[in-house]
Design a protein around this ligand. Structure first.
Ligand SMILES: [Zn+2]
Length: 380
């Protein structure tokens, strides 16, 4: 059995230990010490990293009471100096203790259980046994932050087997011995083996982010400590830019953006209706023509060309060719009451480097040809 220094003191960053073995294994070397402060990969959080002498600790797991360190090289020597990367460890201690406080309050107020927990690189999530409303979670969040302001002591202890049945605590497993209780004032009492902060004031801000119904319960995203500061900074930078772009105070950006979006939608509809009127006005100006006719309207879309040809179709006895887009690559819509266009369009595309097709009385596509060449082809 490895002596677990992280049970005695979660703040041990450096220690000296005896090397019991360091053998090649999958992914590196399996290094076992007589004692360790490296917390393994369990309980929803990744393993600690750091150094054992000059070897890098890549992963840590526990099996039958023995803690295995996967190192990038073999560790030699009897007694070695070890160092835990404490910044990521402390981040996990902050998030983990914050989760205890949130789940303790949720349990006390609403009788719900914690049924999942994960500290990822970017995200921290925990799952509860039934959904809560955003208002209920706002209340939980406020009480959790007040527990931080109160700077409560976080006590960890192993009760005796006589004492254990008399205690009230949250637990995911039905354990009967070696139960480690983590007690945070009157806020929470929970069986847990991970490292936690010593006082709640060390956690800093606790903020609930997204919530999502999940497996009959709810998944909750949260941040705490430095993660909360990073999150706030990123969001602040975003809001600052949006606020400047919309020329409104930062706290009014959501309403201002909604108004901007609805104004934009109205403007788009108005532009569409005006362009349709313009296309129809151009059609009105078309004179009765025997044979083919070619018209070019710079910037017209296929949709606008279609409005035009629909309105002018009966004025041209041959093919009515409407071109839009820009010189070099013209968009076209062609209609005719006399020519079968679905049969004709292949020949037209071949002659004018075009692509496209359609129905016997209307085709659309694009030409990669000069305007003069297009006019010449249609004899206009
Ligand atoms: Zn815990």
């Amino acid at each position: 059995m490895t002596e677990k220094l992280y049970y005695i003191d979660a703040y041990i960053k450096e220690f000296t230990a005896a090397v019991l073995c360091s053998e090649p294994c999958d992914g590196g070397f399996d290094t076992v010490l007589d004692k360790t402060a490296f917390f393994p990969n369990e309980g929803g959080q990744s393993a600690d990293t750091g150094k054992i002498k000059d070897a890098t600790v890549l992963d840590v797991y526990e099996e039958g009471g023995v803690v295995h360190h996967i190192t990038d090289r073999a560790v030699s020597g009897d007694m070695v100096h070890c160092k835990v990367d404490f910044a990521p460890r402390f981040d996990k201690m902050q998030c983990h203790t914050a989760e205890h406080i949130l789940c303790g309050i949720i349990h006390r107020l609403y009788g719900l259980e914690n049924v999942g927990f994960h500290i990822g690189e970017d995200e921290v999530t925990f799952d509860i046994s039934a959904p809560l409303t955003r208002e209920e979670l706002d209340r939980v969040e406020l009480l959790a932050n007040r527990a931080v302001f109160d700077n409560l002591k976080v006590d960890t202890y192993f009760p005796t087997s006589d004492e254990l049945p008399t205690l009230e605590y949250r637990s995911k497993l039905e354990l009967t011995e070696n139960v480690r209780i983590v007690k945070i004032g009157d806020v929470d009492s929970c069986a847990c083996c991970a490292p936690h902060v010593a006082y709640t004031g060390e956690i800093g801000l606790i903020k609930i982010l997204e919530i999502m119904k999940h497996r009959g319960g709810m998944r909750i995203w949260m941040v705490a400590g430095e993660r909360a500061l990073r999150d706030y900074r990123k969001k602040y930078e975003n809001i600052k830019e949006i606020s400047a772009s919309l020329s409104v105070p930062q706290h009014d950006t959501a309403d201002a953006l909604k108004k901007y979006m609805s104004d934009t939608e109205l403007a788009k509809r108005e532009i569409k209706s005006l362009r349709k009127s313009l296309a129809e006005a151009r059609a009105e100006a078309v004179a009765k023509t025997e044979g083919n006719a070619v018209f070019f309207f710079e910037g017209f879309s296929i949709e606008e060309l279609r409005y035009f040809v629909n309105a002018a179709a009966d004025k041209v006895s041959g093919m009515l060719v409407a071109l839009g887009g820009e010189a070099g690559e013209y968009k076209y819509v062609i209609t005719s009451n006399s020519v079968n266009l679905s049969a004709e369009i292949k020949r037209i595309n071949e002659a004018l480097s075009g692509r496209g097709g359609g129905k016997p009385n209307a085709v659309q596509g694009s030409f990669m040809a000069e305007l003069a060449k297009i006019r010449e082809y249609f004899g206009c």
